[in-house]
Write a protein that binds this ligand. Sequence first.
Ligand SMILES: [Zn+2]
Length: 435
Amino acid sequence: MKIGLEVHVALPTKSKLFCRCSADASEEPNTAICPICMGFPGSKPMLNREAVRMALSIARALGCKTPSNISFLRKIYFYPDLPKSFQITQLEEAVGREGLVEYKERGVRIRRVQIEEDPAKIVRGDEYTLLDFNRSGVPLVEIVTEPDISGEDDLRDFMTELRSILYYLGVDIERELKVDLNISLAEQRVEVKNITGIKNIADAAHYEIERQEGLIREHRAIAAETRSYNEEKMSTVQSREKESNEEYGFIYEPDLATYDVSDIVPEDPVYATRIADSYAKGFHANAQQIREAILFNRDTLRLIDASKDSNEMRIVMNGIAILQRHKALDIEEGEFLRLLELLRNGTEIDAGIIRRLRLGEEININMRANLDELDDEIRKTIENEGALIEEYKSNKKVFNFLVGKIAKKYKASPRYVSERLRLILEGEEKGHRAL
Ligand SMILES: [Zn+2]
């Protein structure tokens, strides 16, 4: 099985690709427009340098070769979303070529990364069609892969990796994503066009793979065709396609120069998955857990990075989980380290403590139990309450009674005490320092 993708994502620039209109397409319809993005005759495009820088950053992060010169083409087609009858795009002198995305000991080759303009948005009613030109001219990047994806799970993993790479470049594909899937189980290639959203991509692939497998089982031919995905029915249907790339008319864009981009400095990419693996090694912790925590969250990455010397992954992850619950992940690194100190001392963290941490207030952790003292107290309780201890395994109430007694005396968190008590009772003290 071979799956290839064409992924279109919007670049989060302030202004559009060829004019100074706002690229925020959510504004009141047809307010962020000008003669350039509406394609008036005689208007001349001006290339947005920031869009080029972002696109080059993406190309680099996907392991592509980036050229010193880029140029643009007109892709000619007739459709109401582009009144000037062509879309400005790239092919040969694109921002990136021949890349490679590596994940889970696999690799997907990237054929090309190119910049293009988004057409206008079409809103269809029962008896009318409306056009919103706010979106016309918003910068897009199209990422074209080779057909290296080997199935549904692989597709999911690739999209997660791609999303993570782009996320750390400031591009959240969850917000706006359009994908064309090419799937071939046999000789013929079937294209499923215009799928939006990550979940729909996997669903569309799932349906299309089953459909083609069914045809093969029945010894029927698979037609080389273009289909579209129906989100409600979760199925694909044959669609009448505009044209294939070979049939489009392409001409050189005479209003834009060939641009020397060798002086544009792309961003250094952050690879969340690689960072997670290296932290996991340092912490002797589960890479998957760290990967999930930092994949799409800059704050968790920042906090884990700040605490990497602590060598106590469980406390760090616990601290992050608590902050997540209290929607306080934007806490400063120093405050986070103080929070870890409190956790280490068995302090129950509540909203009040987080608030005081953020205000930089002194929190007297001496009021709380000291870890070693607490363990001694637990051991003493075990010795003194011999009869009760015998009962604890069968009777949950006895266990809770002991926890309550120790927690109260030492003003410690019952959850923490119960964890320590259980470990000590079961003689599993090796986890002591890592708790
Ligand atoms: Zn404009």
